[in-house]
Design a protein around this ligand. Sequence first.
Ligand code: HH2
Length: 284
Amino acid sequence: MRRCPVPLGGQKVLEAGGPTLIAGVLNVTPDSFSDGGALPNVEAAVAQARRLVAEGADWLDIGGESTRPNAAPVTVEEELRRVIPVLRALRERVGVPLSIDTRRAPVFVEAAAAGASILNDVSGLRDDPALAPAAAATDVAVVLMHSRGDPRTMDQLARYDDVVAEVQEGLAAAVARAEGVGIARDRLLLDPGLGFAKTSEQNWCLLRSLGRLRSLGLPLFVGPSRKRFLGALTGREAPTERDTATAALCAHLALEGVEVVRVHAVAPTRDAILVLEAARGGVA
Ligand code: HH2
């Protein structure tokens, strides 16, 4: 069941029954788990953004704080310093919607003014009580991700009796937080939060049960890219060696009807989705 279209900013909408969109990751951080330090300045970020769009990215997700396990917190000032010049530069130069991957209201507010039309909050509006009202005051779409604790504590919090039911409950609570401050339901996307307070087995369990998360009636956004559970399965130690695994999983997710996948390497995922759809007769 697709509850679309979701407005993504500009002319772009997430169409009901449309193709799976690819959100390309643009991390302007020194310490992200797979690409930290790769984009040391605005020019490098713009060049990478253009590459991702040329490879087929439908939107770009800009983040200035690593949320990998045990990542050191950054100050709001530092997060702003990292993301705002990049958003300003991209607004004029790439023709796709921009999301801001942040847990903090002041970063969101400035990011929205600088061109972000989507909020991607890995805390599902849990961390900063000022973030939900700030988002409600705009017309942005909001990705509500399930997580527990914070980057320092999440690995210890991966304990569930029924991971799918508990993630579903957590997402329902996030939807209630959004609706409670007046964010319309048709602006929301839901994300199971792979790797955020989840073991490999719990990630696979969620991936096999996306139908149950669909019962909340909202589009799904899934971010498997280069994560540890893919390394554990394939034996690929280096996160950058996990793009084939990522692409294969994203092609499966596309066939499952997932509306958006978030990836670092856009080209392999785009090709894998096209090939699997063609082989299954999904495209002409
Ligand atoms: N994963 C990461 C960051 N943001 N947002 C959503 N909605 N879903 C995800 O699965 C997700 C996310 C972690 O990946 P990355 O940005 O590459 O790493 P880091 O947090 O180290 O910057």
